[in-house]
Design a protein around this ligand. Structure first.
Ligand code: HEM
Length: 501
């Protein structure tokens, strides 16, 4: 039945893929999944078993929201709607039945060959004549209008890095395709796009992949990523040091979403998705770390360099936190999720307001989750990004110059963008005065993502021997190529509201 619908919808499609090609791609997508679509990376909290998720309607929540960090491959397809009526009917008949839930992703036996999620921008909802106010000002304005607040250089000016498709409010939505294999992703892309035909125009596509071999799970600078995620109450059990948050911090309308009363009922169990394409200048970062590393008594030069990078990130490449292992990496600690999050920057005999001998105030992980530095309601996000771009080439390494585009396809989920991604980026990472109440009243910018609209940045506390010294962060090693804010509705909202006839 689905086949017949698909062929009818595929006829005359803008994607202009011949019907027999579409048929062959469709047949690739039949069959059962034998291997897990997600990668279990040592050091990351394992996913809860399907049985241990009481309390949340995991059949109704799009999968990427709670289990997005471990995908092997992902393709982001950004589009604009040309024909709202046809878009709606195709979404209803063809896409919505394939939307992958959290529950489906928890077990290989229920995973599809290609997971499919969808999210809409404010202008996308408007194109579908949905005029409800979702009570999220950043979402309503769109990310282009937010660039200045996020610390990006002005994207209206020529020569800035923002991808053209993200300049403005032209993007109406995104399909997120996840799998373990590019052929399957290609097939699903052809099938989805040709089913939509002229109803949409694809304006931008980005392919992400887990890095190869032992780098699996590590971001492009080489550090294990996704180690510290908040534990959403009702979704598995908390590991030591994991921050437990109410589901409403991530899911709209759930316990802990302070704007629940203002939200239209159909938004319950949806989440706002902040997408950012963050280019990483890896050879330049490597060169900078090597040339600015302070010598540390008792350590070789190579060990001092590794320590310097780790102190800027707040974790070693293995994932071990410098707060627990302040001088050398400890791979066993990094790989153990019962230990690698169990720290809060306090140490007996050390003053939390001045001690940077364990971890600098401005390191990336301390800025983005201050733990004991801040006694306040959590500003938490679930991160679901994936690296994009090729591995660094020998030529790039030798010249210490990036010639290829690589970095992080950053995705975060939160019930309020202003309290989640936007707050962490603008009020913490970019705020040279944060954390407050320290002996040094200007700890500086987040050493990894802190942004100053292209202007100079610095951090203090980088030198384990002398915390009073500042480090000039000579370049933005993470360059924003822009992005958009989306809303990822529940599956029932997609079926009963967004695409209701
Ligand atoms: C290319 C850009 C980025 C890189 C290379 C990067 C890298 C990392 C790494 C290596 C970690 C430590 C491992 C972990 O806990 O997952 C981490 C943690 C984290 N990052 Fe990023 N990140 C980037 C962008 C961002 C952005 C844009 C945000 C939010 C505005 C963010 C928020 C966080 C948070 C909340 C944590 C966890 C901190 C904790 O709970 O201890 N990151 N990141």
């Amino acid at each position: 039945m689905r086949f017949a619908v698909f062929l009818a919808l595929g006829a005359g499609c803008a994607a202009a893929v011949p019907a027999h090609d579409v048929l062959s791609q469709t047949s690739l997508l039949k069959g059962k999944r034998k291997m897990n679509l997600l990668q279990e990376v040592p050091g990351l909290v394992p996913l809860p078993s399907a049985a241990k998720v009481a309390g949340l309607d995991t059949n109704n929540i799009q999968g990427d929201i709670l289990v997005g960090m471990k995908k092997k491959q992902e393709r982001f397809i950004f589009w604009t709607i040309n024909d709202p009526a046809r878009f709606k009917s195709t979404l209803r008949a063809f896409i919505v039945p394939q939307i992958t839930s959290v529950q489906q992703l928890l077990s290989t036996t229920t995973q599809p060959l290609v997971a499919l999620n969808v999210a809409f921008s404010q202008t996308g909802l408007q194109a579908l004549n949905i005029t409800d106010n979702l009570s999220d000002a950043a979402f309503s304005r769109g990310q282009f209008a937010d660039a200045n607040a996020l610390g990006d250089p002005d994207p209206t000016k020529n020569g800035t890095a923002w991808v053209d498709a993200f300049r403005g409010t032209n993007i109406h939505g995104v399909f997120l395709l996840a799998s373990d294999n590019a052929t399957l992703l290609d097939a699903q892309e052809v099938v989805v796009n040709s089913s939509m035909g002229s109803a949409i125009s694809v304006v931008y596509t980005l392919q992400g992949s887990i890095r190869p071999g032992p780098q699996a799970g590590h971001e492009a600078f080489g550090y294990l990523d996704g180690v510290s995620q908040p534990h959403v109450d009702g979704f598995g059990t908390a590991f030591p040091g994991q921050q437990t948050i109410d589901p409403g911090v991530i899911l709209v309308g759930e316990q802990g979403d302070s704007l629940s009363a203002k939200r239209p009922a159909w938004t319950t169990d949806g989440s706002f998705l902040a997408f950012r394409q963050l280019k990483q200048l890896v050879p330049e970062w490597n060169k900078f770390i090597a040339s600015s590393a302070p010598g540390v008594p008792g350590l070789t030069h190579a060990q001092s360099v590794a320590l310097h990078g780790a102190r800027l990130v707040g974790r070693w490449k293995s994932g071990a936190p410098v707060d627990l292992s302040p001088l050398v990496d400890n791979a066993t600690l990094g790989a153990d999720p019962t230990l690698n999050n169990n720290f809060d920057y306090t140490h007996q005999g050390f003053d939390l307001s001045s001690d940077q001998s364990h971890c600098p105030f401005a390191s990336h992980v301390r800025k983005t989750r201050p733990r004991a530095d801040l006694d306040a309601a959590p500003n938490s996000i679930i991160r679901a990004g994936i690296p994009y771009g090729p591995e660094v080439t020998d030529d790039e390494l030798t010249s210490a110059t990036s010639t290829l585009d690589r970095g992080l396809a950053f995705v975060s989920y939160q019930s309020q963008i202003a309290k989640g991604f936007r707050f962490i980026q603008a009020s913490w990472a970019n705020n040279e005065k944060f954390s407050f109440g320290k002996n040094d009243t200007t700890p500086g910018f987040d050493a990894v993502i802190g942004a100053n609209r292209g202007g100079q940045r610095f951090m203090s506390g980088y030198d384990i021997n002398d915390a009073s010294k500042d480090l000039s962060l000579l370049t933005d090693f993470v360059v924003s190529k822009g992005g958009e804010y989306f809303f990822s509705p529940s599956i029932s909202a997609l079926r009963d509201f967004i695409t209701a006839p």
